[in-house]
Design a protein around this ligand. Structure first.
Ligand SMILES: Nc1ncnc2c1ncn2[C@@H]1O[C@H](COP(=O)(O)OP(=O)(O)OP(=O)(O)O)[C@@H](O)[C@H]1O
Ligand SMILES: [Mg+2]
Length: 214
């Protein structure tokens, strides 16, 4: 079953065509990479799918076309987004509150939320960061926390923009372990050739606003 798809997606910014007729879909549990040169439109593509950028064409969640802001609010409950720049994503006073935010918004009980948060802190080996303000984290710590706080949402699909940038070997391996184990569908935008080689999933390239499989 296709969870998320786009049809004839076009984005124009300041009269420049940034995305040109992009067609794409991802099934439940499917995991894919998108690579391609700087400025090709990869981040714009993910932001458009999340409903942050005006577009023409169609974005569909489980077959229904999304049009209004409230349609995209529904999408944002089942599609998680890890920003290219963690500073655009992290906002809560502490790491623990950051991780708890999504499951609390979902309406889960306090005890269920703390179970999910504890499990996630343990999995990513970031328990020592629990009470740290997110603005005091190092670059690599911010990166891993920004992934962890999308994981606590338990989304059906996760879009990740350059998730391995700045990670040391230990954290890189941890992310790979997560990518392999998760049941969520994954769309990973990356320049990390070693990551693509290691996981061996289907690859697409975005060039000049056009997406094609390679
Ligand atoms: N808000 C904006 N205003 C003007 N131009 C924009 C805006 N957002 C993106 N662009 C332009 O759209 C093009 C695609 O940018 P985008 O960030 O999607 O590229 P990318 O493929 O993610 O690149 P990178 O690999 O460097 O992250 C660039 O030429 C960029 O300058
Ligand atoms: Mg980008």
């Amino acid at each position: 079953m296709e969870i998320l798809s786009v049809k004839n997606l076009k984005v124009k910014i300041e009269n420049r065509e940034i995305l040109k007729n992009v067609n794409f879909s991802i099934r439940k549990g499917e995991k894919i990479f998108i690579t391609g040169p700087n400025g090709a439109g990869k981040t714009t593509f993910l932001e458009t799918v999340m409903g942050f950028v005006p577009f023409s064409g169609e974005i569909l969640l489980k077959g229904s076309s999304l049009k209004t802001e409230s349609d995209f609010n529904v999408l944002r409950k089942s599609v998680g987004y890890v920003f290219q720049n963690p500073d655009d994503q992290l906002f809560a006073p502490t790491v623990e509150e950051e991780l708890a935010f999504a499951p609390l918004v979902k309406g889960l009980s306090r005890s269920r939320v703390s179970e999910i948060v504890n499990r996630t802190l343990r999995f990513f080996e970031i328990e020592h960061l629990r009470d740290k303000p997110t603005y005091k984290l190092s670059g690599g710590e911010k990166r891993i926390v920004s992934v962890a706080c999308v994981v606590t949402m338990e989304p059906e699909v996760i879009l990740l923009d350059e998730p391995t940038t700045g990670l040391d070997r230990k954290r890189w391996n941890k992310l790979v372990e997560f990518f392999e184990e998760t049941g969520s569908s994954l769309v990973i935008v990356t320049h990390d050739a070693e990551l693509m080689e290691r996981l061996g999933w289907k690859k697409f390239t975005m060039e000049n606003g056009e997406l094609r499989e390679i």
